[in-house]
Unconditional design. Structure first.
Length: 393
């Protein structure tokens, strides 16, 4: 009787509990290791509201850190307000969540625990920016060929500076970067030129790619991203060559390039014409100098006049006397030859010939001796003319 009464009391208590609280249709049997609790709708709603609030805070923090990035859309002031679910979740007190016993080893949800500590802020999100790229042609390369890839150093039309130039490097078995340099267009646009070389031979046409790059600039949190660029590399010769016509296993050496000789001939003609003109000018100057000397210097004038008269005539002797007088600046007699050598010391080299000339002249004009063949007046005049030219002032 007592056992029947106890069983009846338990059934009545279970019926009353079921009548007070509706059954939970979302309940699922726990798997092995899962906590034995009933996730009530109020707890689930609070958890979803807390997750929405955390996500809204994280989005606002990321937006504040990258507000100057043009790729992140309008600033927070121009965006729509957060969902009302986040505000409702923030206002919900943690006591609204029913406290329920949990199984051993169960870690409750962070939104349902008191003293919740938010996670540290995520790192700054840096969005790589793309700049205009001048890629080389994508086909027709062989081993040893070089190609240049150019990247414009601008971001959204604003010039930027690289923190460092890309270094020489090897990329796989096909490509090697040889050098990097900064080039400037006539309009002032600056480009990063990277020179690559194909360092391996291919047996067939293969598709390779220039490496993908992420270039760091001097502006914080700004990078330039260069996408990879596919190219084709082919073999120098086919693996099987037909020995027909011009398809030979071994090809002759390439002929040396010919030199264009027309420009060389043109320059040579100009040089010869310039040389001929220079020689003509020099000859004309020399002839003019001789004529000027023959008009100005005494023995030059006497030599020119001796060519018109007989070398042994009295006129020829008088022409030489006039030349001596003009050289000394006064009339010279055999007794005054010292005045001639004092006025023109260079004539000392021909002193013997000059004294002989005056001795023969005195005998010819004042001694009454018949004219005999003496020293050559032409040779004496030429010798004195040379001395006179050598010491010409």
């Amino acid at each position: 009787m007592r056992r029947a009464s106890a069983a009846l009391a338990v059934l009545l208590a279970c019926s009353a509990a079921q009548a007070q609280e509706p059954p939970n249709r979302d309940y699922k049997p726990p798997f092995k290791g899962e906590a034995l609790f009933d996730p009530r709708p109020a707890k689930r709603a609070a958890r979803e509201a807390e997750a929405a609030r955390l996500k809204a805070e994280e989005d606002a923090r990321i937006q504040a850190l990258t507000v100057d990035n043009p790729l992140n859309g309008p600033p927070p002031s121009q965006q729509e307000p957060a969902a009302p679910a986040a505000a409702a979740a923030a206002a919900a007190p943690p006591e609204a969540v029913d406290a329920m016993p949990v199984a051993e080893g169960y870690v409750p949800d962070a939104a349902a625990t008191q003293g919740y500590v938010p996670p540290p802020p995520p790192p700054v999100v840096v969005v790589p920016l793309r700049s205009p790229v001048d890629n080389p042609r994508p086909y027709g390369y062989l081993v040893g060929d070089t190609l240049v890839q150019r990247v414009q150093l601008t971001v959204d039309g604003q010039p930027v500076e690289l923190a460092e130039l890309p270094r020489k490097d090897r990329f796989g078995v096909w490509i090697s970067r040889r050098a990097s340099r900064i080039e400037r267009d006539p309009d002032g646009t600056r480009w990063l030129a990277m020179e690559y070389q194909i360092v391996n031979a291919s047996k067939d046409v293969d598709v390779i790619a220039l490496p993908k790059l992420k270039l760091r600039t001097t502006t914080p949190e700004v990078f330039i991203e260069v996408a990879d660029w596919p190219i084709t590399v082919g073999a120098i010769t086919a693996s099987l060559v037909r020995n027909q016509g011009g398809l030979l296993p071994l090809q002759p050496d390439r002929p040396a390039p010919t030199i264009a000789i027309a420009p060389i001939r043109h320059r040579l003609k100009l040089a010869l014409l310039g040389l001929a003109g220079m020689l003509a000018l020099w000859l004309g100057w020399w002839r003019w100098r001789e004529w000027a000397a023959s008009e100005r210097l005494p023995f030059g004038r006497a030599r020119r006049q001796l060519a018109r008269v007989d070398a042994q005539s009295d006129e020829a002797w008088r022409l030489l006397h006039q030349a001596f007088d003009a050289s000394a600046g006064r009339a010279i007699q055999p007794g005054t030859l010292a005045l001639l050598f004092r006025a023109r010391p260079e004539f000392e080299a021909a002193r013997g010939a000059i004294e002989r000339f005056y001795a023969e002249s005195a005998a010819r004009f004042f001694g009454g001796q018949p004219a005999t063949e003496g020293q050559s007046l032409t040779a004496l005049c030429a010798e004195l003319r040379s001395i006179e030219r050598a010491h010409e002032r």
